[in-house]
Write a protein that binds this ligand. Structure first.
Ligand code: SAH
Length: 395
């Protein structure tokens, strides 16, 4: 097995067990490890730190598998890590909220680069790093043993793989191919998920807890759900007794699915209006018409991938939030989110305060929201904290 020797000054930071080692931290490599192969990590004073996956094309040259020098990266290793993740989902009110949840959340579950979502009887995987790709066969075997399912499907058609020197791929890995629409349960509601063609792995499981909390405010209100996708929030709001829900998305197929989801739950479709449009444009239209709502949900896609665009992205968030705040009746509710990792909670809240000032309205925070617990954040890997939200009362 090849060895990687880390520069002395970096070794100090390794003791905090952050799972990434950047290429600049490497002093030298002994041997010629292949893409994704496991390497042994040593300090300059020849102390073994642990084992990691080698990724020569990426700036993140190594993703640590283990900081225990004795721990070998075998099938047993993956069985241990995956069992621990499954145990957490079974015990921490996650599995009881429905039959679908994130089973493995990469670095934060101790398996860098691996995402596994469970949708009813199917598992959907993303192998996002060279190391996860290298052990794909073993990982799929272990998943089938520990979480028996009808099929394991791969959705590694994500650009981030290019940074690792991996092709964008998708397809069946084991068992039977999922149907076009898989029916799942979440918070006592049903949703269709397009595993093969939907966004990411098919459904945004990270909003589960927030959907049920936001819905508590929807009763009797006229709700505007912006960036609705397949209607996670819209369906929850209708089910909670919203007077009317208007749902906006730029994707026609997503709105088609939302329509199906309303039928699937036997909800009153006459209370639902679907609008295929760009959110900012539609909000400006409403502003010009003088239209007002009792409640507005803003759950936009990721606006930024790296810090260099933070200022620009903050302006974009502020624009839609300013419009949203202006469109609310007195005492209205704003449920607003950002899933851009580089935008921290503090900046997000500050952005809302600037929008409130510009709108000349008083805004109070009622709840601070976060990603659901099947997307845990390992304290040694704060980068996995990405979703933040606020439920506000707008005066
Ligand atoms: N709220 C959803 C998830 C939103 S994902 C849920 O709970 O499941 C973001 C959505 O925004 C996607 O469906 C995408 O099609 C849509 N989108 C992206 N840019 C948009 C824009 N400018 N205007 C309207 N919709 C947009």
């Amino acid at each position: 097995m090849a060895s990687v020797i880390i520069k002395q000054e970096i070794c100090r930071t390794l003791k905090y067990r952050h799972p990434w080692i950047f290429s600049g931290a490497i002093k030298r490599i002994e041997g010629t490890p292949a893409l994704g192969e496991t390497v042994e990590i040593y300090t300059e004073s020849n102390e073994m730190v642990g084992r990691g996956a080698y990724s020569p094309k990426s700036k993140i040259a190594i993703r640590m598998w283990s900081f225990e020098p004795k721990e070998e990266i075998t099938k047993e290793f993956f069985t241990k890590r995956i069992s621990y993740s499954i145990e957490s989902r079974k015990k921490n009110q996650i599995a009881s909220a429905g039959n679908s949840f994130r089973l493995i959340f990469a670095e934060s579950d101790g398996i860098p680069g691996l995402i596994v979502d469970k949708f009813a009887d199917y598992l959907v995987c993303q192998f996002l790093s060279a190391g996860a790709e290298y052990y794909k066969k073993i990982i799929v075997e272990v998943l089938q043993e520990l979480m028996p399912c009808k099929g394991v499907y791969e959705r590694s058609d994500v650009e981030i793989r290019e940074k690792e020197g991996l092709p964008l791929i998708s397809g069946i890995l084991a068992g039977t191919e999922p149907p076009e629409l898989v029916e799942i349960e979440e918070n006592n509601l049903k949703f269709y998920v397009g595993i093969k063609n939907g966004h990411k792995t098919g459904f945004y499981l990270d909003q589960r807890v927030n959907r049920s909390l936001v819905a508590e405010y929807a009763k009797g209100r006229e709700v505007l759900d912006c960036f609705t996708y397949t209607g996670g929030f819209s369906v929850s709001a209708l089910n909670a007794g919203a007077g009317k829900v208007t749902s906006i998305d730029s994707s026609g197929p997503a709105l088609e699915m939302l329509k199906k989801n309303i039928e699937l739950n036997n909800l009153d479709s006459t209370k639902s209006e679907l609008i295929e449009a760009k959110v900012a444009e539609q909000l400006r239209k409403y502003r010009d018409m003088g239209k007002q709502f009792d409640m507005i949900i803003l759950d936009p896609p990721k606006f930024i991938y790296d810090r260099s665009h933070l200022e620009q992205a903050t302006r974009a968030y502020k624009d839609i939030n300013l419009l949203g705040i202006k469109l609310l009746k007195a005492g209205g509710i704003l449920a607003t989110f950002s899933c851009s990792q580089p935008m921290g909670e503090e900046l997000f809240q500050q952005m809302i305060s600037y929008a409130a000032t510009d709108a000349n309205k008083s805004v109070q925070i009622l709840h601070k929201l976060w990603q659901s617990p099947d997307h845990p954040v390992a304290v040694n890997f704060p980068e996995s904290s990405y979703l933040k939200g606020l439920i506000c009362r707008v005066g």
